[in-house]
Design a protein around this ligand. Structure first.
Ligand code: NAD
Length: 276
């Protein structure tokens, strides 16, 4: 498991006197953000990464938030900075992402890291966004061949769809990105060997959109209005009958994302200590 691998590496660093520390910034009191932050902090403690929470009031100004990030950028004891998104209305997320030093940007959202991912320049020194990076890792660990396969990604956000399409391309898949303006979505999805749903709509992917034997990766995390349960974007019960492999929600991509955050924090620590 990735978390076990990270734990071993963190222990080795400790023997050399190097600690790894993640700063987790949360603004406001959104319950989903609170639960994500708690789960990230818990996983940090499981693998031996120190986590320091900075909980800011929802009335925090852009200037105060950027000042905090600047302090964390300058602090040599902080290896990774994570600002939990979404931020409350009025705060500019893009400016916040740009403010974090690229080598401490464990979410991989800084334009420098995105540029390295896009061009392939110094790719091995870039920090990759946790969810897309986790999807690739999951496919590799399940021995699912990506090269030459038709991968269809539904969703084009900066957090999931776009970087995932780039990572799949780098793995030599033939990639199609679908989004809210795509025509013939069903027909396109039906040609996918690997179908990834990152839409944010429960049961969006139905069995008639999936080719027999396709690999289906469900990135969605949605709250079902009636059952109040967490569900993905894929109608799991029917699609599992058609797919050769399918990830569940909860489970699957979600825990993988947190594990990749740990991997990224370890990576940032190695990078900052000249150990890569
Ligand atoms: P987003 O709202 O930023 O993007 C959704 C994308 O879906 C958009 O690009 C849009 O074009 C596309 N879309 C919307 N309606 C569509 C339609 N009818 N047909 C085709 N495409 C359509 O969301 P996001 O941040 O990319 O997140 C997507 C989902 O993944 C959400 O459920 C989110 O909670 C989840 N998520 C999960 C993780 C994880 O760790 N597993 C991480 C991030 C996001």
């Amino acid at each position: 498991m990735i978390k076990d691998e990270v734990k071993i590496e963190i222990a080795k660093l400790k023997e050399k006197g190097i600690e790894s520390t993640l700063a987790v910034v949360i603004v406001g009191d959104d319950p989903a953000s609170r639960s994500y932050v708690n789960s990230k902090k818990k996983t940090c403690s499981e693998v031996g990464i120190n986590s320091i929470e900075y909980a800011l009031d929802s009335t925090t100004t852009q200037e105060d938030l950027e000042n905090l990030i600047e302090r964390l950028n300058q602090d040599p004891k902080i290896n990774g900075i994570l600002v939990q998104l979404p931020l409350p209305n009025g705060l500019d997320e893009a400016r916040v992402c740009k403010k974090i030093l690229p080598q401490k940007d464990v979410d991989g959202f800084h334009p420098m890291n995105v540029g390295m991912l896009t061009t392939g320049i110094d790719f091995e020194y870039s920090i990759k966004p946790c969810t897309p990076f986790g999807v690739i890792e999951l496919l590799k660990r399940e021995n699912i061949e990506i090269r030459g396969k038709h991968a269809v990604v539904i969703g084009r956000s900066n957090i999931v769809g776009k970087p995932l399409a780039l990572l799949l391309l780098r793995e030599n898949a033939t990639v199609t990105i679908c989004h809210s303006h795509t025509k013939n979505l069903k027909e396109i999805c039906k040609t996918a060997d690997i179908l990834v749903a990152a839409v944010g709509k429960p049961k969006f992917v139905t069995a008639d959109m999936v080719k027999e034997g396709a690999v289906v990766i469900d990135v969605g995390i949605n709250r079902d209005e009636t059952s109040k349960k967490i569900v993905g974007d894929v109608d799991f019960e029917v699609v599992k009958e058609v797919a050769s492999y399918i990830t569940p929600v909860p489970g699957g991509v979600g825990p993988m994302t947190v594990a990749m955050l740990m991997k990224n924090t370890l990576f940032a620590t190695l990078l900052q200590n000249g150990l890569l």
